[in-house]
Design a protein around this ligand. Structure first.
Ligand code: SF4
Ligand code: SF4
Length: 181
């Protein structure tokens, strides 16, 4: 009797597993043929910080250093200067991507909404020097790439999370961007 029961349990388990396999076999694939196809990137994705500009294309950054102080790994280095209008501006703003944890703390710390987390993910380089992003690079990425600004404790609706911000749904940074803060 025990043998019959064990055989029945094994057969049931096998057919259950086969059922899952067959169901998944006929389901639409969730993978894409990268790099021929670009994946859809969730608005929750945090690539690396980018510098944001206002409608006139002027950087919002005032070189206040709050982001550099908030960064737990010292990935941000800023050189400030004073303009002819006596206002501070970043003469240099460097991000060491080799150190960056993509933690979003600098975005949260910025009092001028001058930073966003870009959704760019293809950051492989063949030399450590290529991991240093300067002001011009980060400003250009902030103007042309999708980015997000998500504050601590903020929750996205399922629709917002499912919306994606991949190549076909990309909203370049700037007036609207992919801002979800
Ligand atoms: S994302 Fe985190 S680790 Fe990267 S620069 Fe900002 S604060 Fe530093
Ligand atoms: S916190 Fe914002 S305004 Fe201040 S230096 Fe960093 S990016 Fe610029």
């Amino acid at each position: 009797m025990a043998l019959v029961l064990d055989t029945w349990k094994a057969a049931r388990s096998m057919f259950k597993g086969l059922g899952v396999t067959i169901r998944e076999f006929f389901s639409p694939p969730v993978t894409v043929q990268y790099p021929d196809q670009q994946p859809r990137i969730s608005p929750l994705f945090r690539g690396h910080p980018v510098l944001l500009s206002d409608e006139a294309g002027k950087l919002k950054c005032t070189a206040c250093m709050a982001c550099a102080r908030a960064c737990p790994v010292g990935a941000i280095s800023i050189e400030s200067a004073r303009g002819e209008d006596r206002k501070m501006y970043p003469k240099a703003w460097n991000l060491n991507m080799g150190r960056c944890l993509q933690c979003n703390l600098c975005v949260e710390a910025c009092p001028f909404a001058a930073l966003g987390m870009g959704t760019r993910f293809e950051t492989a380089v063949d030399s450590p020097d290529g991991l240093i992003y300067d002001l011009e690079t980060l400003a250009e990425l902030g103007r042309t790439q999708p980015y997000s600004r998500i504050m601590v404790g903020q929750k996205l609706t399922p629709a917002e999370a499912a919306q994606g911000s991949g190549a076909d749904a990309a909203q370049p940074g700037g007036e609207k961007g992919a801002e979800v803060s």
